[in-house]
Design a protein around this ligand. Structure first.
Ligand SMILES: [Zn+2]
Length: 261
């Protein structure tokens, strides 16, 4: 899978890389919540069309209007859908990790990506062509329903983020965002610049620097130039705004409720 990174260069996303511990898609299947929630026969039918890969941080998967080469089911990596303004401002609309699927718009017959789609945190994922994805959605009512339920979860995340950006303090928003990424990567260490975090939060970089310095001074995180390490997760959860727990519960209710599929 060839894509362009956000510096404009061309890089490979290593689709089809079957090396190392990702030799078999079936090993990764249940690490994605949508795939895990599928009835076993439906899940088995997907295996041959899924290719394990490693997402590379900062890879641009699609600009708005461009067609994704692959549908992405993250199993440890994280992808962001980013919306922007003509003045160059940007803010993250949706964060997609192992609870979701990137490219679900193809299930509705929409080919062009509605958002700038970039890899937020590198890590494993399973890829499928849009054609195969559409065929499986048509054949599997359970998959179709899970995709609709996930889209609702993403819609709720976006709504909550709109309220969050308007009403909640930047430090609490930053804490919430760090926790959301850590949940999806199963890691307490994030590689990212403060500039990037500011873009995701739709905030000014100096304000983000001040907020992170406060979290660092409180012993909740250790911040360096391009890395943030979470030192006190319970403390960070206490500081994060209510949006973290609200969205986490809503997503679990919609995507993890196997009994309703
Ligand atoms: Zn909030």
């Amino acid at each position: 899978m060839t894509a362009h990174n956000n510096q404009g260069g061309s890089i490979n996303l290593t689709a089809g890389d079957r090396g190392g511990c990702l030799a078999d898609a079936s090993n990764e299947l249940t690490n994605n919540q949508i795939l895990r929630a599928l009835p076993e026969p439906d899940r088995r039918r997907l295996i041959d069309d899924l290719v394990p890969t490693i997402l590379v941080q900062s890879t641009l998967l699609a600009n708005p209007g461009e067609v994704l080469r692959h549908i992405v089911f993250p199993t440890g990596g994280v992808v962001s859908l980013v919306t922007g303004t003509s003045e160059g401002g940007s803010v993250e609309a949706v964060l997609i990790g192992n609870e979701g699927v990137v490219g679900s718009w193809h299930a509705a017959g929409v080919e062009g990506a509605p958002w700038r789609t970039i890899v937020q945190a590198g890590g494993p994922a399973l890829l499928m062509t849009p054609e195969a994805f559409k065929a499986h959605v048509a054949e599997s009512p359970a998959l179709a329903q899970l995709v609709v339920r996930y889209n609702l979860a993403a819609h709720l995340l976006t709504s909550q983020s709109a309220a969050c950006n308007r009403f909640h303090e930047l430090a609490a928003r930053a804490a919430r965002w760090l926790l959301m990424v850590c949940d999806r990567t199963a890691s307490l260490e994030l590689t990212l610049t403060q500039e990037f975090l500011a873009q995701m939060l739709g905030a000014y970089r100096p304000s983000v620097t001040v907020a992170l310095r406060g979290l660092d001074r409180a012993g909740l995180v250790a911040v360096s130039r391009s890395r943030i390490i979470i030192l006190d997760r319970p403390g960070l959860e206490e500081l994060a705004c209510e949006c973290y727990a609200v969205v986490r519960q809503q997503t679990a209710d919609l995507v993890q409720s196997e009994g309703s599929i």
